[in-house]
Design a binder for this molecule. Structure first.
Ligand SMILES: [Zn+2]
Length: 434
Protein backbone atom coordinates (compact mmCIF):
# COMPACT_ATOMS: atom_id res chain seq x y z
CA UNK A 1 0.00 0.00 0.00
CA UNK A 2 1.32 3.39 -0.92
CA UNK A 3 1.79 5.72 1.98
CA UNK A 4 2.08 9.39 1.22
CA UNK A 5 5.25 10.81 2.62
CA UNK A 6 5.96 14.48 2.88
CA UNK A 7 9.43 15.61 3.83
CA UNK A 8 10.05 18.21 6.47
CA UNK A 9 12.46 20.11 4.28
CA UNK A 10 9.84 21.82 2.11
CA UNK A 11 10.09 25.43 1.20
CA UNK A 12 9.31 27.67 4.10
CA UNK A 13 6.39 30.04 4.01
CA UNK A 14 8.73 32.97 3.60
CA UNK A 15 10.13 31.58 0.36
CA UNK A 16 13.52 30.57 1.68
CA UNK A 17 15.13 27.55 0.08
CA UNK A 18 14.67 23.98 1.20
CA UNK A 19 17.65 24.18 3.50
CA UNK A 20 16.33 27.33 5.06
CA UNK A 21 19.19 29.43 3.76
CA UNK A 22 18.13 32.96 3.00
CA UNK A 23 19.42 34.93 0.05
CA UNK A 24 21.97 36.60 2.25
CA UNK A 25 23.42 33.24 3.29
CA UNK A 26 22.11 33.29 6.84
CA UNK A 27 20.21 30.26 8.10
CA UNK A 28 16.63 31.03 9.05
CA UNK A 29 15.32 29.71 12.34
CA UNK A 30 13.31 26.56 11.70
CA UNK A 31 15.16 25.42 8.60
CA UNK A 32 14.30 21.81 7.72
CA UNK A 33 11.75 21.69 10.51
CA UNK A 34 8.09 20.78 10.63
CA UNK A 35 5.66 22.84 12.65
CA UNK A 36 2.28 21.41 13.66
CA UNK A 37 0.43 24.64 14.25
CA UNK A 38 -2.61 25.56 16.27
CA UNK A 39 -3.80 22.11 17.31
CA UNK A 40 -5.31 20.97 20.58
CA UNK A 41 -2.27 19.43 22.26
CA UNK A 42 -3.30 16.50 24.44
CA UNK A 43 -0.26 15.06 26.18
CA UNK A 44 -1.06 12.85 29.17
CA UNK A 45 2.64 12.64 30.09
CA UNK A 46 2.68 16.34 30.94
CA UNK A 47 -1.02 16.73 31.78
CA UNK A 48 -1.34 19.14 28.86
CA UNK A 49 -4.64 19.90 27.13
CA UNK A 50 -4.24 23.26 25.43
CA UNK A 51 -4.08 24.91 22.02
CA UNK A 52 -0.52 25.27 20.79
CA UNK A 53 2.21 24.41 18.32
CA UNK A 54 4.72 21.55 18.17
CA UNK A 55 8.01 22.00 16.32
CA UNK A 56 10.09 19.02 15.23
CA UNK A 57 13.50 18.82 13.61
CA UNK A 58 16.22 16.20 13.16
CA UNK A 59 13.67 13.59 14.22
CA UNK A 60 13.19 15.17 17.65
CA UNK A 61 10.66 17.43 19.34
CA UNK A 62 12.29 20.84 19.40
CA UNK A 63 9.68 23.09 20.99
CA UNK A 64 6.10 23.03 22.26
CA UNK A 65 4.14 26.19 22.96
CA UNK A 66 2.26 29.11 21.49
CA UNK A 67 3.40 31.51 18.78
CA UNK A 68 6.04 29.21 17.31
CA UNK A 69 5.05 30.10 13.73
CA UNK A 70 6.48 33.59 14.25
CA UNK A 71 9.62 32.28 15.91
CA UNK A 72 10.37 29.66 13.26
CA UNK A 73 9.37 31.23 9.95
CA UNK A 74 11.36 28.77 7.85
CA UNK A 75 9.67 25.66 9.23
CA UNK A 76 7.17 23.82 7.07
CA UNK A 77 3.83 24.60 8.62
CA UNK A 78 0.98 22.08 8.85
CA UNK A 79 -2.20 23.70 10.06
CA UNK A 80 -3.69 21.56 12.83
CA UNK A 81 -6.43 23.92 13.94
CA UNK A 82 -9.56 22.00 14.89
CA UNK A 83 -7.50 18.81 15.35
CA UNK A 84 -5.96 17.02 18.32
CA UNK A 85 -2.17 16.66 18.45
CA UNK A 86 -1.03 13.81 20.69
CA UNK A 87 2.11 11.81 21.34
CA UNK A 88 2.44 9.27 18.54
CA UNK A 89 -0.13 6.52 18.97
CA UNK A 90 1.38 3.19 20.09
CA UNK A 91 -0.29 -0.18 19.66
CA UNK A 92 0.97 -2.55 22.37
CA UNK A 93 -0.20 -5.75 20.68
CA UNK A 94 -0.19 -6.28 16.92
CA UNK A 95 1.14 -8.97 14.57
CA UNK A 96 3.25 -7.31 11.90
CA UNK A 97 6.10 -9.71 11.05
CA UNK A 98 4.59 -9.94 7.59
CA UNK A 99 6.00 -12.89 5.62
CA UNK A 100 6.78 -14.88 8.74
CA UNK A 101 3.96 -17.40 8.81
CA UNK A 102 0.55 -16.34 7.56
CA UNK A 103 -1.02 -14.46 10.46
CA UNK A 104 0.46 -10.98 10.21
CA UNK A 105 -0.65 -7.72 8.67
CA UNK A 106 1.66 -5.20 6.99
CA UNK A 107 3.27 -2.76 9.43
CA UNK A 108 2.89 0.23 7.10
CA UNK A 109 -0.83 -0.41 6.72
CA UNK A 110 -1.65 -0.65 10.43
CA UNK A 111 1.10 1.75 11.44
CA UNK A 112 1.58 5.09 9.69
CA UNK A 113 -1.30 4.25 7.33
CA UNK A 114 -3.61 4.39 10.35
CA UNK A 115 -1.89 7.28 12.12
CA UNK A 116 0.03 4.95 14.46
CA UNK A 117 3.80 5.59 14.24
CA UNK A 118 4.82 3.01 16.89
CA UNK A 119 3.85 -0.69 16.81
CA UNK A 120 4.76 -3.45 19.24
CA UNK A 121 4.62 -6.95 17.81
CA UNK A 122 2.95 -9.29 20.26
CA UNK A 123 5.25 -12.30 20.17
CA UNK A 124 4.74 -13.48 16.60
CA UNK A 125 8.24 -14.97 16.69
CA UNK A 126 10.27 -17.15 18.99
CA UNK A 127 14.04 -16.95 19.42
CA UNK A 128 15.19 -18.93 16.37
CA UNK A 129 13.33 -16.81 13.84
CA UNK A 130 13.64 -13.44 15.53
CA UNK A 131 16.81 -12.20 13.85
CA UNK A 132 15.44 -12.73 10.35
CA UNK A 133 12.15 -11.10 11.41
CA UNK A 134 14.13 -8.19 12.60
CA UNK A 135 16.02 -7.87 9.32
CA UNK A 136 12.89 -8.32 7.23
CA UNK A 137 10.61 -5.94 9.10
CA UNK A 138 12.01 -4.03 12.04
CA UNK A 139 15.27 -2.91 10.42
CA UNK A 140 14.08 -2.93 6.82
CA UNK A 141 14.61 0.52 5.30
CA UNK A 142 11.16 0.42 3.69
CA UNK A 143 9.35 -0.16 7.00
CA UNK A 144 7.83 3.18 7.93
CA UNK A 145 6.57 2.86 11.53
CA UNK A 146 8.83 2.17 14.47
CA UNK A 147 8.45 -1.53 15.25
CA UNK A 148 9.35 -2.98 18.65
CA UNK A 149 8.61 -6.52 19.76
CA UNK A 150 7.77 -8.99 22.45
CA UNK A 151 9.63 -12.25 21.80
CA UNK A 152 8.32 -15.71 22.66
CA UNK A 153 10.77 -17.52 24.99
CA UNK A 154 10.61 -20.75 22.98
CA UNK A 155 13.20 -21.49 20.31
CA UNK A 156 10.51 -22.24 17.75
CA UNK A 157 7.36 -20.23 18.04
CA UNK A 158 5.41 -18.82 15.16
CA UNK A 159 1.95 -17.30 15.28
CA UNK A 160 0.06 -18.83 12.35
CA UNK A 161 -3.54 -19.09 11.22
CA UNK A 162 -3.74 -22.74 12.27
CA UNK A 163 -1.85 -22.41 15.58
CA UNK A 164 0.82 -24.76 14.24
CA UNK A 165 3.07 -24.56 17.32
CA UNK A 166 0.11 -25.53 19.47
CA UNK A 167 -1.13 -28.16 17.02
CA UNK A 168 2.34 -29.77 17.01
CA UNK A 169 2.43 -29.32 20.81
CA UNK A 170 5.83 -27.63 20.72
CA UNK A 171 4.47 -24.55 22.53
CA UNK A 172 4.35 -26.79 25.60
CA UNK A 173 7.48 -28.90 24.99
CA UNK A 174 10.34 -28.23 27.40
CA UNK A 175 12.80 -29.25 24.68
CA UNK A 176 11.75 -26.05 22.91
CA UNK A 177 13.20 -23.91 25.72
CA UNK A 178 16.86 -22.88 25.61
CA UNK A 179 17.37 -20.19 28.21
CA UNK A 180 20.98 -19.44 27.22
CA UNK A 181 19.94 -18.86 23.64
CA UNK A 182 17.02 -16.73 24.81
CA UNK A 183 19.32 -14.60 26.96
CA UNK A 184 21.74 -14.15 24.03
CA UNK A 185 18.87 -13.02 21.84
CA UNK A 186 17.59 -10.57 24.46
CA UNK A 187 21.05 -9.06 24.73
CA UNK A 188 21.63 -8.97 20.99
CA UNK A 189 18.21 -7.37 20.35
CA UNK A 190 17.95 -5.19 23.44
CA UNK A 191 17.27 -2.13 21.31
CA UNK A 192 14.04 -3.54 19.86
CA UNK A 193 12.87 -6.39 22.11
CA UNK A 194 10.96 -4.67 24.89
CA UNK A 195 9.67 -7.78 26.62
CA UNK A 196 8.61 -11.39 26.36
CA UNK A 197 5.30 -12.85 25.29
CA UNK A 198 4.72 -16.09 27.16
CA UNK A 199 2.01 -18.57 26.34
CA UNK A 200 1.36 -19.89 29.85
CA UNK A 201 1.20 -23.56 28.85
CA UNK A 202 1.70 -26.25 31.48
CA UNK A 203 3.13 -29.75 31.31
CA UNK A 204 0.91 -31.40 33.92
CA UNK A 205 0.69 -29.04 36.89
CA UNK A 206 -2.21 -26.71 36.10
CA UNK A 207 -0.81 -24.13 38.53
CA UNK A 208 2.65 -23.81 37.02
CA UNK A 209 3.86 -22.85 33.55
CA UNK A 210 7.57 -23.53 32.97
CA UNK A 211 7.33 -21.31 29.89
CA UNK A 212 6.03 -18.32 31.85
CA UNK A 213 8.59 -19.06 34.55
CA UNK A 214 11.46 -19.15 32.05
CA UNK A 215 10.22 -15.93 30.45
CA UNK A 216 10.08 -14.13 33.79
CA UNK A 217 13.51 -15.36 34.83
CA UNK A 218 15.05 -14.26 31.52
CA UNK A 219 13.15 -10.96 31.38
CA UNK A 220 14.92 -9.15 34.21
CA UNK A 221 13.09 -5.86 34.50
CA UNK A 222 11.39 -6.21 31.11
CA UNK A 223 7.66 -6.97 31.15
CA UNK A 224 6.21 -10.36 30.30
CA UNK A 225 2.94 -10.24 28.40
CA UNK A 226 0.51 -13.14 28.85
CA UNK A 227 -2.79 -14.05 27.25
CA UNK A 228 -5.88 -14.34 29.38
CA UNK A 229 -7.68 -17.24 27.79
CA UNK A 230 -6.92 -20.58 26.28
CA UNK A 231 -5.11 -21.83 23.21
CA UNK A 232 -6.27 -24.71 21.08
CA UNK A 233 -4.34 -27.98 21.49
CA UNK A 234 -2.10 -26.94 24.42
CA UNK A 235 -3.45 -26.54 27.97
CA UNK A 236 -2.66 -23.40 29.97
CA UNK A 237 -2.56 -22.78 33.71
CA UNK A 238 -5.69 -21.61 35.49
CA UNK A 239 -6.51 -17.88 35.52
CA UNK A 240 -6.02 -17.78 39.31
CA UNK A 241 -2.57 -19.37 38.99
CA UNK A 242 -1.78 -16.90 36.23
CA UNK A 243 -2.82 -13.87 38.30
CA UNK A 244 -0.69 -15.12 41.20
CA UNK A 245 2.37 -15.67 39.01
CA UNK A 246 2.47 -12.21 37.46
CA UNK A 247 4.99 -9.65 38.65
CA UNK A 248 4.59 -5.89 38.87
CA UNK A 249 4.82 -4.55 35.32
CA UNK A 250 3.82 -7.81 33.65
CA UNK A 251 0.96 -7.35 31.20
CA UNK A 252 -2.33 -9.22 30.83
CA UNK A 253 -3.57 -8.91 27.27
CA UNK A 254 -7.19 -9.86 26.44
CA UNK A 255 -7.84 -8.67 30.02
CA UNK A 256 -11.48 -7.78 29.27
CA UNK A 257 -12.51 -10.91 27.39
CA UNK A 258 -15.60 -12.97 28.02
CA UNK A 259 -15.21 -15.97 30.28
CA UNK A 260 -11.61 -15.05 31.06
CA UNK A 261 -11.75 -16.09 34.68
CA UNK A 262 -11.23 -12.64 36.16
CA UNK A 263 -14.81 -12.47 37.49
CA UNK A 264 -16.66 -14.71 39.89
CA UNK A 265 -20.15 -16.03 39.02
CA UNK A 266 -21.67 -12.83 40.42
CA UNK A 267 -19.56 -10.66 38.14
CA UNK A 268 -17.20 -9.53 40.88
CA UNK A 269 -13.45 -9.32 40.28
CA UNK A 270 -11.62 -12.25 41.87
CA UNK A 271 -9.32 -11.45 44.82
CA UNK A 272 -6.32 -12.80 42.87
CA UNK A 273 -7.14 -10.47 39.97
CA UNK A 274 -7.46 -7.52 42.34
CA UNK A 275 -4.17 -8.40 44.04
CA UNK A 276 -2.41 -8.58 40.67
CA UNK A 277 -3.63 -5.11 39.70
CA UNK A 278 -2.72 -3.76 43.15
CA UNK A 279 0.87 -4.89 42.72
CA UNK A 280 1.16 -3.23 39.32
CA UNK A 281 0.11 -5.75 36.70
CA UNK A 282 -0.93 -3.90 33.53
CA UNK A 283 -4.39 -4.49 32.01
CA UNK A 284 -4.31 -4.44 28.22
CA UNK A 285 -7.35 -4.67 25.95
CA UNK A 286 -5.77 -6.84 23.18
CA UNK A 287 -9.13 -6.75 21.41
CA UNK A 288 -8.69 -9.36 18.65
CA UNK A 289 -11.70 -11.00 17.03
CA UNK A 290 -13.18 -12.53 20.18
CA UNK A 291 -11.11 -11.30 23.12
CA UNK A 292 -12.88 -8.13 24.19
CA UNK A 293 -16.41 -7.79 25.51
CA UNK A 294 -18.16 -4.54 26.39
CA UNK A 295 -20.05 -6.54 29.00
CA UNK A 296 -16.91 -7.64 30.88
CA UNK A 297 -15.30 -4.23 30.42
CA UNK A 298 -18.35 -2.54 31.97
CA UNK A 299 -18.28 -4.90 34.94
CA UNK A 300 -14.58 -4.30 35.56
CA UNK A 301 -14.78 -0.54 34.97
CA UNK A 302 -17.68 -0.35 37.43
CA UNK A 303 -15.39 -1.96 40.01
CA UNK A 304 -12.58 0.49 39.31
CA UNK A 305 -10.57 -1.48 36.76
CA UNK A 306 -10.28 0.37 33.50
CA UNK A 307 -7.78 -0.58 30.81
CA UNK A 308 -4.23 0.70 31.16
CA UNK A 309 -3.62 0.18 27.44
CA UNK A 310 -6.00 -0.22 24.52
CA UNK A 311 -4.17 -2.49 22.05
CA UNK A 312 -5.77 -4.19 19.07
CA UNK A 313 -4.09 -7.59 18.51
CA UNK A 314 -4.48 -6.73 14.82
CA UNK A 315 -3.95 -9.74 12.55
CA UNK A 316 -5.49 -11.09 9.36
CA UNK A 317 -8.53 -12.42 11.21
CA UNK A 318 -9.76 -9.13 12.66
CA UNK A 319 -8.47 -6.22 10.60
CA UNK A 320 -11.63 -6.36 8.49
CA UNK A 321 -13.69 -6.17 11.69
CA UNK A 322 -14.50 -6.10 14.48
CA UNK A 323 -11.13 -4.52 15.33
CA UNK A 324 -10.45 -2.39 12.20
CA UNK A 325 -7.83 -0.10 13.78
CA UNK A 326 -6.36 1.30 16.99
CA UNK A 327 -8.46 4.44 16.49
CA UNK A 328 -11.63 2.30 16.42
CA UNK A 329 -10.54 0.75 19.73
CA UNK A 330 -10.18 4.24 21.19
CA UNK A 331 -13.66 5.14 19.92
CA UNK A 332 -15.03 2.07 21.71
CA UNK A 333 -13.62 3.33 25.01
CA UNK A 334 -15.73 6.49 24.72
CA UNK A 335 -18.75 4.23 24.32
CA UNK A 336 -17.85 2.80 27.73
CA UNK A 337 -17.82 6.29 29.22
CA UNK A 338 -14.08 6.75 29.59
CA UNK A 339 -12.51 10.21 29.54
CA UNK A 340 -10.62 11.62 26.56
CA UNK A 341 -7.31 12.16 28.34
CA UNK A 342 -7.44 8.63 29.76
CA UNK A 343 -8.14 7.12 26.35
CA UNK A 344 -5.28 9.08 24.76
CA UNK A 345 -3.02 7.86 27.57
CA UNK A 346 -4.06 4.25 26.88
CA UNK A 347 -2.70 4.58 23.35
CA UNK A 348 0.38 6.69 24.12
CA UNK A 349 1.88 7.44 27.52
CA UNK A 350 0.68 4.29 29.29
CA UNK A 351 2.03 2.12 26.47
CA UNK A 352 5.42 3.79 26.58
CA UNK A 353 5.49 3.34 30.35
CA UNK A 354 4.48 -0.32 30.07
CA UNK A 355 7.41 -1.07 27.74
CA UNK A 356 9.81 1.11 29.78
CA UNK A 357 10.36 3.55 26.91
CA UNK A 358 8.72 6.65 28.32
CA UNK A 359 12.06 8.42 28.00
CA UNK A 360 11.71 8.15 24.20
CA UNK A 361 8.03 7.71 23.26
CA UNK A 362 4.57 8.50 24.57
CA UNK A 363 5.30 12.15 25.30
CA UNK A 364 5.59 15.46 23.47
CA UNK A 365 8.30 16.70 25.82
CA UNK A 366 11.16 18.55 24.15
CA UNK A 367 13.98 16.21 23.15
CA UNK A 368 11.81 13.13 22.68
CA UNK A 369 11.72 11.23 19.42
CA UNK A 370 9.33 13.00 17.05
CA UNK A 371 6.47 10.50 16.93
CA UNK A 372 3.21 12.47 16.91
CA UNK A 373 -0.37 11.73 15.86
CA UNK A 374 -2.89 14.22 14.54
CA UNK A 375 -6.49 13.19 15.12
CA UNK A 376 -9.93 14.52 14.32
CA UNK A 377 -12.14 14.04 17.38
CA UNK A 378 -15.60 13.80 15.88
CA UNK A 379 -18.61 14.61 18.01
CA UNK A 380 -21.21 14.57 15.22
CA UNK A 381 -22.27 11.04 16.12
CA UNK A 382 -23.33 8.89 17.81
CA UNK A 383 -20.93 6.35 16.32
CA UNK A 384 -21.83 2.68 16.36
CA UNK A 385 -19.03 0.33 17.46
CA UNK A 386 -18.97 -3.43 17.96
CA UNK A 387 -16.92 -5.79 20.11
CA UNK A 388 -17.86 -8.60 17.74
CA UNK A 389 -20.89 -9.58 19.80
CA UNK A 390 -22.59 -6.41 20.95
CA UNK A 391 -23.07 -3.02 19.31
CA UNK A 392 -23.09 0.20 21.32
CA UNK A 393 -22.98 3.91 20.52
CA UNK A 394 -19.97 6.08 21.22
CA UNK A 395 -20.43 9.84 21.67
CA UNK A 396 -17.04 10.58 20.09
CA UNK A 397 -14.98 8.99 17.35
CA UNK A 398 -11.23 9.14 16.81
CA UNK A 399 -10.42 9.72 13.14
CA UNK A 400 -6.67 9.87 12.47
CA UNK A 401 -5.53 12.47 9.96
CA UNK A 402 -1.84 11.64 9.88
CA UNK A 403 1.22 11.11 11.95
CA UNK A 404 4.83 12.10 12.29
CA UNK A 405 7.38 9.33 12.44
CA UNK A 406 10.92 10.45 13.29
CA UNK A 407 10.11 13.94 12.11
CA UNK A 408 8.47 12.94 8.81
CA UNK A 409 4.77 13.46 8.09
CA UNK A 410 2.55 10.62 6.78
CA UNK A 411 -1.07 11.00 5.67
CA UNK A 412 -3.39 8.21 6.76
CA UNK A 413 -4.98 5.83 4.28
CA UNK A 414 -8.76 5.35 4.19
CA UNK A 415 -9.68 2.91 6.98
CA UNK A 416 -12.99 1.17 7.59
CA UNK A 417 -14.94 1.58 10.82
CA UNK A 418 -17.98 -0.27 12.07
CA UNK A 419 -19.99 2.92 11.66
CA UNK A 420 -19.15 3.03 7.94
CA UNK A 421 -19.20 -0.65 6.89
CA UNK A 422 -21.25 -2.44 9.56
CA UNK A 423 -20.83 -6.10 10.39
CA UNK A 424 -18.26 -7.62 8.07
CA UNK A 425 -17.44 -10.83 9.90
CA UNK A 426 -19.11 -14.14 10.66
CA UNK A 427 -20.55 -15.03 14.02
CA UNK A 428 -17.66 -15.43 16.45
CA UNK A 429 -17.47 -18.57 18.57
CA UNK A 430 -19.26 -18.43 21.90
CA UNK A 431 -16.49 -17.54 24.31
CA UNK A 432 -18.40 -18.18 27.47
CA UNK A 433 -16.40 -21.27 28.30
CA UNK A 434 -13.02 -19.75 27.34
ZN1 LIG B 1 -1.80 -11.59 19.58
Amino acid sequence: MAITETGTDGTGTDGTGTDGTGTDGTVAAGAGQLLLAGGRIIDPSTQTDAIGDVLVGDGRIVAVGRGLTAQYPAATIRDCSGLAVTPGLMDLHVHVMAGLGDFCVEPDRVGVGMGVPVLIDGGTSGVATFDISRRAIIDHPATKPKVLAFIDPNQLYLATKDFICHKLTIANDMKNLDVDSLLDSLERNADVVIGLKARACHIGDTDFSPFLDAAQRAAGDKPVMVHLGRFPHTPVITPVALFKALRSGDIITHAFRGGGGMLDPNGKALPEFRDAVDRGVVLDVGHSGTDFRFREARRLIDQGYQPDTVSTDLNIFNIGGPVFSLAENMTKMFGLGLELVDVVAMATTNVARAIRRLDEYGSLAVGRSAEISVLRLRTDGPFAVSDGHETIDSPMAVEPVGCVRRGVWFDVEPTATYATVGKTWGTPPDDQDW
